[in-house]
Design a protein around this ligand. Structure first.
Ligand SMILES: C[S@@+](CC[C@H](N)C(=O)[O-])C[C@H]1O[C@@H](n2cnc3c(N)ncnc32)[C@H](O)[C@@H]1O
Length: 252
């Protein structure tokens, strides 16, 4: 069976900041781990970040549920990848110095089970770093239209998966907050490029949109993007993400 990200694997890098974003995120993640033991990226995707972190000298492994995404990761992390579900990690108890997850933990079928798995594989003293999917509105013309579309499509669900929700769940699963760090992503994006990404459903949240939602919510958003002034000209965009650092109770 195909995983949702298989459908967008070929277009993922170009639409999610490419290797430049990988390097930027990797340098923040590198600061949060020492380089003394193996670390694992949960939902490594195409290894934009994991590959860059390996380039910093870290012993990084990656796992993902999408074979399509992993096929793009292979050259970046050869011999260090596993096709698996985050709710069933193919690692021994207390075998890893750290785990991190970028824009993925909310995608687990049961986040509590995924957190229990992370606790199981972390060594005492290990930590989990989570960069939740950003659900804050963005202060640019594209961001405002996208936020409005997601809110209409997903309702309350669109607010899910953020840092506050994660912290509540993590506390219930025996993790303690050890710190928070901002990751700022500045980039340029043209309204026309975003319109095309929407039309080709290059976001996992658009894959299950029904016919009526497509006509009443998605297509008007595409039209509004194309109605912005000079839609082929890239505009400046900034997204502020947050890295949440968690330690399991047994780490003291
Ligand atoms: C938004 S992408 C993020 C990829 C990567 N972390 C990055 O920063 O580019 C989310 C990834 O999580 C993976 N994923 C979704 N559900 C998963 C699960 N249950 N177990 C493992 N990986 C999963 C997807 O296949 C996808 O590659």
């Amino acid at each position: 069976m195909k995983a949702p990200f298989d459908l967008i694997a070929d277009r993922y890098d170009e639409s999610r900041g490419g290797t430049e974003r990988g390097e930027r995120f990797a340098s923040v993640i590198a600061d949060l781990f020492d380089d003394e033991g193996p670390i694992l990226e949960l939902g490594v995707g195409t290894a934009l970040v994991g590959g860059a972190l390996a380039g910093h000298g870290y012993q990084v492994f990656g796992m993902d549920i999408s074979a399509g995404m992993l096929s793009h990761a292979r050259d970046r992390m050869p011999g260090r990848l596993a096709l698996a579900d985050v709710c069933r990690l193919p690692f021994r108890n207390e075998s890893l110095a750290g785990c991190y997850a970028i824009w993925m933990l909310h995608l687990a079928s049961d986040v509590s089970v995924a957190l229990a798995e992370v606790r199981r594989v972390l060594r005492p003293g290990g930590r989990l770093v989570v960069v939740p999917a950003s659900n804050r509105p963005r202060e640019d013309a594209i961001g405002r239209l996208m936020f409005a579309m997601q809110t209409k499509l997903l309702g309350e669900q669109s607010q899910k998966g953020g840092a506050d929700e994660l912290l509540q769940l993590a506390a219930r699963c025996g993790f303690t907050l050890a710190g928070r760090r901002e990751l700022v992503q500045s980039y340029q994006h043209a309204p026309e490029a975003m319109a095309r990404e929407i039309e080709t459903r290059n976001f996992s949240s658009l894959q299950d949109v029904n016919e009526q939602q497509w006509h009443e919510i998605v297509l008007p958003t595409v039209a509004a993007l194309r109605a912005l002034p000079d839609p082929v000209k890239p505009i400046d965009r900034t997204t502020v993400h947050e890295a949440v650092i968690l330690t399991p109770a047994h780490a003291g």
